[in-house]
Design a protein around this ligand. Structure first.
Ligand SMILES: *Cc1c(COP(=O)(O)O)cnc(C)c1O
Ligand SMILES: [Zn+2]
Length: 415
């Protein structure tokens, strides 16, 4: 591990790692539930040391980790597939589209990267209980990592979360608290709970190591891409922590002198849950008043990490766009049919964005574009079934097979 200090992203003040836990003590004081977080901390490493010690031949990724490897839980996250999908690119008029399939993390989403590091931190400081608010994936992930590490997970989640995600949390043995309300309500309640009853809070961006954990996907993309930086990365965005994490990973590489440019990061939001998109495009922040979208994982009224997410897009010379629920479901179908990857709606939003890139005039057909698949389709089967039709069942007789043969002919003709 390289040495690091926390730096407040609002006032710039620096702190030793054990001097602070969540937000900057100064800037966090003005934080009230109902607004994006202020005083979010980012870890600043000794980049000179990383640059001197890092070897591509034998990469020591722990140099970039804010928690010593001896505290890392025994939980095999990360190192997910990264591959070229010519068919997917072709469908959208692009020639170099790559899929980073982070749905193949153990709990089925990219959230494992953040949960892993925060649980490592809990081990380091000797904290037995972790608390989180979640739309579903952060909670199922934290529950899984806590199970592996012998820790307690206390989960605040909207009672409307997809059933598979709730099943995961319950099976992993978390204390699940369904909330009659939205994700934003759960976020507020979980902060109040930790303030009153303790435990280490894993809320996204509130705990700075959520950003550090998520940045590891950027380090992996760089390595798997043959130590090259892609042109564009599409990031499905709710609270904006994945976006800030991907940015942070490349920024670390850049500050360590290992890369000479950043990829352009594209913030992709659902049309109804678009607070960060509007903040980026207008410069003014306003909550998404009714963030109802089928992409539950990116449905958020008050994105906690709006400020850093906007900075990530601006500093990487990226941009932002939105996609409708209909476009999301179509893209989910296209991805599954053309690349063999089954993604949940939130992740499919990034695929839907592929269809809008050329029209922005900011991306060329030959640019290398990476689509970040953040969550697995099996997490929300009901949503997936909306874009397909369930065929009628046949009688269990040989005679019925004639009908199947006819269907096969017709189906081939339609392909
Ligand atoms: C959490 C999540 C996102 C969005 O991440 P943020 O950090 O909240 O922007 C996107 N897709 C999936 C599947 C997620 O679980
Ligand atoms: Zn500050």
């Amino acid at each position: 591990m390289a040495a690091f200090m926390y730096r407040c992203s609002t006032c710039g003040k620096r702190f030793e790692r054990d001097q602070v836990r969540y937000l900057c003590p100064e800037c966090g004081r003005s934080y009230r539930p109902g607004m994006p977080l202020t005083g979010v901390l980012t870890a600043e490493f000794d980049y000179g040391a990383i640059g001197r010690k890092f070897r591509k031949k034998k990469p020591d990724w722990s140099l970039f980790s804010a928690v010593e490897p001896k505290f890392h839980p025994c939980y095999a996250m990360g190192v997910t597939p990264f591959f070229l999908s010519e068919a997917l690119g072709h469908a959208y008029g692009l020639r170099d589209v790559w899929v980073k399939n982070d749905a193949l993390n153990p709990s089925g989403s990219l959230k494992d990267r953040a949960s892993f590091l925060v649980v490592a931190e809990a081990k380091r400081i000797g904290e037995q209980t972790l608390v989180a608010a979640s739309t579903g994936n952060a909670a199922s992930s934290l529950s899984a990592v806590c199970a592996a590490a012998g820790k307690n997970a206390v989960i605040f989640v909207p009672q409307t979360a997809p059933r598979a995600k709730l099943a995961q949390m319950l099976l992993h043995g978390a204390l699940v608290v369904p909330v009659k309300g939205t994700y934003d309500d759960a976020f507020r309640l979980s902060l109040e709970f930790t303030a009153l009853h303790g435990g280490l809070n894993r809320n996204t961006a509130y705990h700075p190591l959520t950003i550090e954990g998520k940045k590891t996907v950027a380090l992996e993309i760089w390595q798997q891409n043959g130590w090259r930086v892609p042109s564009v990365i599409l990031v499905p965005t709710g609270d904006g922590v994945i976006l800030a994490g991907v940015y942070k990973g490349f920024e670390d590489l850049w500050r360590a002198g290992l890369i000479s440019r950043l990829p352009r990061l594209v913030c992709v939001q659902a049309a109804k849950s678009n607070a960060i998109h509007r903040y980026i495009t207008t410069g003014r922040y306003r909550d998404a008043s009714n963030p109802a979208t089928i992409a539950d994982s990116i449905s958020v009224s008050i994105p906690s990490n709006a400020h850093l997410a906007r900075a990530a897009v601006q500093r990487s010379r990226g941009f932002s766009l939105t996609v409708t629920d209909r476009e999301i479901l179509e893209a989910q179908h296209t991805l599954a049919a053309l690349s063999g990857v089954f993604a949940e709606p939130a992740a499919s939003a990034a695929v839907a964005a592929l269809g809008k890139l050329l029209r922005t005039g900011l991306v060329e057909p030959d640019d290398q574009v990476v689509v970040l698949i953040t969550g697995h389709g099996l997490k929300d089967v009901d949503a997936a079934l909306k874009s397909v039709q369930m065929p009628d069942a046949i009688d269990a007789t040989e005679a019925a097979l004639e009908g199947v043969a006819q269907r096969l002919q017709k189906w081939k003709g339609n392909r």
